[in-house]
Design a protein around this ligand. Structure first.
Ligand code: SF4
Ligand code: SF4
Length: 179
């Protein structure tokens, strides 16, 4: 496989600085609302807060890849005296929990680094985090060229998992006939 140069965008999360204000969820969900900025439902946010105020647990997690099956293990981590479930750190939109799913359609959500139209110079969640729990940096890396599924394919794949491929194909054919 050939190597290509790729700009890698990194958001560094300092969980010690996060106070659970949820401003990041508000701006992300507003930016991705349709029409843009028409609502701010955290369920549509690509960053979610794992919050347990009584235990002083505030953990921002970004939506990553879609996973069609839940994993079998549930390991626990103890960090700085606080216990976390492995799921708390997981970025997947998966069948075993509600986060990172578009609330109306159930389709998986994924952080797009605010490259949606209009693209933002710096991720909005970083701009809105006044506690500097989220900081942004870019670097260049040599990586192997890969073929990636685009968002539409990921969406269709998850619909096929949920409703069956034939049903999705029948629906697409029916919509096609209507146009
Ligand atoms: S980088 Fe943009 S898309 Fe990703 S979680 Fe932050 S606000 Fe949402
Ligand atoms: S905006 Fe920053 S401090 Fe507030 S919840 Fe998000 S990561 Fe934490």
């Amino acid at each position: 496989m050939s190597k290509v140069k790729k700009k890698v965008k990194v958001i560094k999360i300092d969980i010690d600085k996060c106070n659970g204000c949820r401003a990041c969820e508000v701006i992300c969900s507003a930016f991705h609302a349709n029409p843009k900025y028409s609502s701010n439902n955290p369920a549509r946010s690509r960053i979610r807060l794992i919050r347990e105020p009584l235990r002083d647990v505030y953990l921002p997690v970004y939506a990553g890849e879609y996973a069609k099956a839940e994993c079998a293990g549930r390991d626990k981590y103890v960090l700085d005296g606080k216990e976390y479930s492995e799921c708390d750190f997981c970025r997947a939109s998966c069948p075993s929990r509600d986060i990172f799913k578009e609330p109306d359609s159930g389709l998986p959500l994924k952080c797009d680094m605010c490259e949606d139209d209009p693209p933002q110079e710096k991720p909005l969640c970083v701009q809105w985090c006044i506690n500097d729990a989220l900081t942004y940096e870019e670097r260049e890396e040599e990586v192997e060229e890969e073929v990636k599924l685009d968002d539409m394919e990921v969406g269709l794949e998850s619909m096929a998992d949920k409703y069956g491929l034939q049903k999705v194909m029948d629906t697409v054919a029916r919509i096609g006939k209507k146009e």
